[in-house]
Design a protein around this ligand. Structure first.
Ligand SMILES: [Zn+2]
Ligand SMILES: [Zn+2]
Ligand SMILES: [Zn+2]
Ligand SMILES: [Zn+2]
Ligand SMILES: [Zn+2]
Length: 240
């Protein structure tokens, strides 16, 4: 079982918080508490069973995004599919930021791909395999809690080791580091999908789904149960 963090009213634990009352502050919609700092609680969550729907195109987890969705990843570079330049390169055009019209024919630079090129690009994409929607949660790199509440600290870089700088930490883990200079500043070993610590993993199982994971996240550790779950979700929508 995994846990996620939530901000709630410190008085009645309700989530109905109203922001930005004058003068700046918070108010609880349930008990009328007013103040500035919320309580962080941890709730059990079955992340695999949580409903996940792309907030841009409404597609279900495991399915392909509607074409044009800004959340779809490019299977070639891992960037945002609607804005990367792979279509030009895959169609054999030169693409170079330093050149006039980025090295493209003026017509394409100004009006986009022709219908014919667009159709070829679509079939190149299908052949390569479009990347379905799979939602990896934010995870505290030390304790594995999902969706840690974000916070700001000017001491972030001073307190944490460099390998944490691109990660997230929950406030309690950050406080531990802040208060214990000698604390082992160590990343936990967890499933990047459900957050469980020291997961059991099997490389063959991972191999069965790796091509459906966005390229920049393929190295992530995924536990066997989550591999199986992702495999089943994808299998509902396409033939593997
Ligand atoms: Zn309240
Ligand atoms: Zn989408
Ligand atoms: Zn790309
Ligand atoms: Zn933590
Ligand atoms: Zn997992």
């Amino acid at each position: 079982m995994s846990f996620r963090e939530e901000n709630v009213c410190p008085n009645c634990f309700s989530k109905e918080i109203v922001f930005n009352l004058p003068p700046e502050g918070l108010k609880c919609g349930c008990c009328n508490w007013k103040g500035f700092s919320l309580k962080i609680i941890r709730k059990k969550i079955d992340y695999r069973e949580k409903e996940k729907i792309c907030h841009d195109c409404g597609t279900n987890e495991g399915d392909i995004h509607y074409r044009g969705c800004d959340m779809e990843r490019c299977p070639f570079c891992g960037g945002q599919l609607i804005s990367c330049s792979c279509c030009y390169k895959q169609l054999g055009y030169e693409y170079n930021w330093n050149k006039e019209y980025c090295g493209l024919p003026e017509e394409i630079y100004k009006n986009g791909l022709s219908e014919k090129d667009q159709n070829i690009w679509e079939s190149i994409l299908v052949k390569k395999g479009r990347i379905p929607y799979i939602l990896f949660p934010n995870i505290c790199a030390m304790c594995g809690v999902l969706w840690p509440i974000m916070f700001h600290s000017k001491k972030w870089k001073e307190i944490t080791y460099p390998y944490f700088h691109n990660d997230m930490l929950c406030q309690s883990c950050f406080t531990i580091l802040e208060n214990n200079k000698n604390y082992k500043n160590k990343k936990a070993n967890f499933c990047d999908y459900c957050g469980i610590l020291n997961p059991i993993t099997d490389s063959e199982l991972k191999e069965s789904i790796v091509n459906y994971i966005e390229p920049l996240k393929r190295e992530r550790l995924i536990c066997n149960d989550c591999c199986q779950h992702i495999f089943n979700r994808i299998n509902e929508f396409m033939e593997i």
